[in-house]
Design a binder for this molecule. Structure first.
Ligand SMILES: Cc1cc2nc3c(=O)[nH]c(=O)nc-3n(C[C@H](O)[C@H](O)[C@H](O)COP(=O)(O)O)c2cc1C
Length: 193
């Protein structure tokens, strides 16, 4: 890695932040860029080489189907759902220029503990965000009720799979807000035992 590559990578790591899906505008990553992002995300520490995660792109022309899925799942779980809550389902389905549903797909039984496989999924998720940001877009990792819904899970996965999150990508439509970051001196200490 050259000095320039190193400094730009460090600058990316020091400054990267997420953007809100509702503030994202076009363009978002192309299909080829999404494939590239998934290939980058797959370069993630993975004990046992199990690849215990996968990525499902929701194309623009499937957003209406996602909105219907979310409305149906929400209404089944909340028969008294209000119109405002159903409109929130629609927003969740339509936000962002690109949407990737990421699944943890643990191999069970395995000699690799499930906890390690799920940690690898979290790490792959972070790499997906890094890849999107490095390509010049902004990303966001959301979960909410939909990530815990059995009906939504069943529409994307099966068996032991769980939704890690909904990953939105696009171009920031407004300046990104910074948020307070943990004090490195508090969270990174020296063991004195
Ligand atoms: C597993 C996980 C789930 C999240 N789910 C939500 C969510 O449902 N709604 C939300 O507003 N933020 C959610 N967040 C937080 C957003 O991704 C937030 O914008 C992010 O922490 C910003 O961090 P960054 O600027 O360092 O990328 C979630 C974060 C993680 C790690």
């Amino acid at each position: 890695m050259t000095f320039n590559d190193r400094t730009s990578l460090l600058s990316h790591l020091r400054t990267r932040r997420s953007g809100k899906p509702r503030d994202m505008v076009a363009p978002g990553p192309s299909d080829a860029e999404l494939d590239q992002m998934i290939a980058i995300a797959a370069r993630t520490p993975d004990h046992g080489k199990l690849a215990p995660w996968r990525f499902v792109i929701v194309p623009k022309d499937r957003r209406a189907a996602l909105a219907q899925l979310l409305r149906d799942a929400f209404t089944a779980a909340n028969p008294q759902a209000t119109e405002a809550q159903l409109e929130a389902c629609d927003r969740f389905a339509y936000e962002g220029e690109a949407l990737v549903v990421m699944l943890s797909a643990p191999v069970v039984p395995s000699h690799i503990p499930r906890w390690e496989q799920e940690m690898s999924a979290g790490a792959a998720a972070m790499n997906l965000l890094h890849a999107g940001h490095a390509l010049g877009y902004v990303g966001s990792w959301l979960t909410g009720w939909a990530a815990e819904s059995a009906a939504v899970r069943d529409a994307f996965g099966s068996g032991e799979e769980r939704i890690v999150g909904f990953f939105y990508f696009g171009t920031p439509g407004r300046p990104l807000d910074e948020r307070p970051r943990p004090d490195a001196a508090r969270i990174g200490t020296r063991w004195t035992g």
